[in-house]
Design a protein around this ligand. Structure first.
Ligand code: PEP
Length: 260
């Protein structure tokens, strides 16, 4: 069976409810003009937590899914300011981003915490989009694959046993030096790491590992999306800056549709 492509928009800490509504309306209007509203793969929007409810209302009846940008590793309780998986589900989320490099860097999320969050997402019925990727210093000293390999290894003990859940995992390769910098990784660099991730997933999880989607993130734009999505082991993209402009985001969705 083929993997379904995936384009995820990470809006980060941008937008109030009104602007979130405008953005989602622009995206839905654009999609409705394309092939009768049919989209080739899956599209997921991850607005800030405060706009999830408003965006979910707009997405009702559309093929676009809702996702959170982070979740607590805890189920409930005295964790002021945190949002758990059940709350995300309750507001309409199907997906959640886990271990984004901005959280790993600013909030000290280490590999084990990321793995716990991934497990919490599965527990609460969400599909985790787990981010992995090396810093510039790590790439420059030739350690990119080693770092990504270690980030993946930390996940395996926390994965659920059932195939249906394992195959729902999404891995996002996001070289930290390419996020929000306007500098995307070269095709050869992207394909090398994606092939390495695929190899690791298949070696550790067999057929389940072959079905897990691996998306690329880091300064994807309409001008480079087609070339990136054409790479053999790239199943879609995690989009930051360009997801805040409906025309750009739609052009990126079109680029993935052209491949599959
Ligand atoms: C991201 O935040 O995950 C990301 C890839 O951002 P950008 O597209 O802006 O580099």
């Amino acid at each position: 069976m083929a993997r379904r492509t995936l384009v995820v928009g990470n809006w980060k800490m941008n937008g109030l409810i009104e602007t979130a509504r405008e953005l989602v309306d622009g995206i839905l209007t654009g999609l409705s003009t394309r092939a009768g509203g049919a989209i080739a793969g899956e599209v997921v929007l991850c607005p800030p937590a405060t706009a999830l409810h408003a965006v979910n209302q707009r997405l009702e009846g559309s093929p676009v899914q809702l996702g959170g940008q982070d979740l607590s590793e805890h189920e409930s309780g005295a964790h002021t300011g945190e949002i758990c998986g059940a709350m995300l589900r309750n507001v309409g989320c199907r997906y959640v981003i886990v271990g984004h490099s901005e959280r790993r860097a600013a909030w000290g999320e280490n590999d084990e915490r990321v793995a716990r969050k991934m497990a919490a997402a599965f527990r609460d019925g969400l599909q985790p989009i787990v981010c992995v990727g090396e810093t510039l210093a790590e790439r420059d000293r030739g350690a990119a694959l080693e770092v990504v390999g270690a980030q993946l290894e930390a996940l395996y003990p926390w994965l659920p046993a059932q195939s249906i859940h394992r195959q729902a995992l999404v891995v996002a390769y996001e070289p930290v030096w390419a996020i929000g910098t306007g500098r995307h990784a070269e095709s050869g660099q992207i394909q090398e790491v994606h092939a390495f991730i695929r190899q690791s997933l298949s070696a550790r999880l067999g057929e389940d590992g072959r079905m897990i989607r691996i998306v690329y993130g880091g300064s994807v734009k309409p001008s480079n999306a087609e070339a990136i999505f054409a790479l053999e082991d790239v199943d879609g993209g995690l989009i930051g800056g360009a997801a805040l402009d409906s025309a750009d985001f739609l052009a990126i969705i079109d680029a993935v549709s052209e491949k599959f």
